[in-house]
Design a binder for this molecule. Sequence first.
Ligand SMILES: *Cc1c(COP(=O)(O)O)cnc(C)c1O
Length: 467
Amino acid sequence: MKYISTRGKVAPIGFIDMFLMGLGEDGGLIVPETIPTVGAEQLKAWSGLSFQELMLQVFSLYTNGEIPEEDLRKLVEDSYAGFTSPDVLPLTRIHDGLSVMELFHGPTFAFKDVALQFMGNLYAYVAKKRNEVINILGATSGDTGASAISSVRGKEGIQICILHPNGKVSRVQELQMTTVQDENVLNLSVNGNFDDCQQIIKELFADVPFKTKYHLRAINSINFVRILAQSVYYFYAYLQLPETARASGVNVSVPTGNFGNIFSGYLAKKMGVPIRQLVLATNENNILERFIREGVYKPEGFRSTHSPSMDIQIASNFERYLYYFCGENAAEVSARMERFKAEGQLTFDAEEVARIQRDLTAHSVGNEECLATIRKYDEQYGYLLDPHSACGVAAYERAGDKSEGAFVSLATAHPAKFDEAIRLIGIEQKFPERISELFDKPQRQVIVDNSKEEIAERLVDFYRVSQ
Ligand SMILES: *Cc1c(COP(=O)(O)O)cnc(C)c1O
């Protein structure tokens, strides 16, 4: 198995090189040359596997033996040892028609831990094995940063810098990032929004001499390893259904912003998981809904919502979907992305929209609807949703055909992480201890302007270069 770019100008590379490259050097996104498929028999044989065992199976299809099995097993086991649920990602029944898969039992209480705990360990493994300097650079709307920092803090051979939009992340997210005192962590708080942060990261990664000199490594969902790790929970969700229910397949409602969470589902479906509907749930930043419903991919005014981790306009992983939509034709993807750059939008004709709608359905959830959903599920089912998970559940409620297949909605964060929103509806919650203790710790961060040059200077001071 080799990896190539959606723009077609990266020579095929192996698994570890792909992991280290992050964004393609031609500006495209990295994808596998072919997606391995898992037949129905094989899938059946995997039922009953733990999440960790399933992950080992799925990754083995992608790693080309570059990581010996016993090493991979240890990486996987270490990565999920800090999850507080014995099932790692428990599936909780809400009512007959709906279960919620809780992806938030990791160290930072959000689903990003599922992929990033593994990636942190993988970076440390590669640093040691190849004697590589690893300087991680990432942008966050809140959860990615906390999770990435947690995954590599104090690890030998790794420096990590995370950009977050100043004042635009939740209090708990900010504390999770900035109360870490390890010397290998730098938090830059940028006067701008998440898209500004992401744009700077994209430009720094596109600057190949800079990237090469400082060995820049990505943690954002531009990294295919993150997508792959997330695809495993779609297998897990499906395989946890009672065997009688599996024949009808599973519908999944997915809170998404950067198109990462949902693209992982699309990948799982391509690999063979019988997913019927993939329901894309967004908040009021609804570029993806407009793309799916109207065939217009066009960023519009940014809105702050109760689900800040989904306050995103330009969705990094959109290009991966576009690649498969274009029949894996890299020249066509390049042409369309050039057009997007020049015109600020992409449009799709009626036949294309029909095709998109066979893959995905979409619902954007307004702020009021989000809060109303939290209230309703608390009152009727005694289940407290965080605002991101509530978008997923609200989209499930609005989804069309529910007659066939079980419905699973992905719960992407613990409600304590977004207490600001929960308090708006008068619900008081008890914080887990790992969150309440954050409030007493000193913070470390540097506030910077929305300037690529200023940020590059900070990085030059902070990162190590190899001898
Ligand atoms: C990151 C995040 C999302 C969206 O994930 P994408 O990778 O952007 O699709 C949803 N919910 C929470 C809580 C998140 O942290």
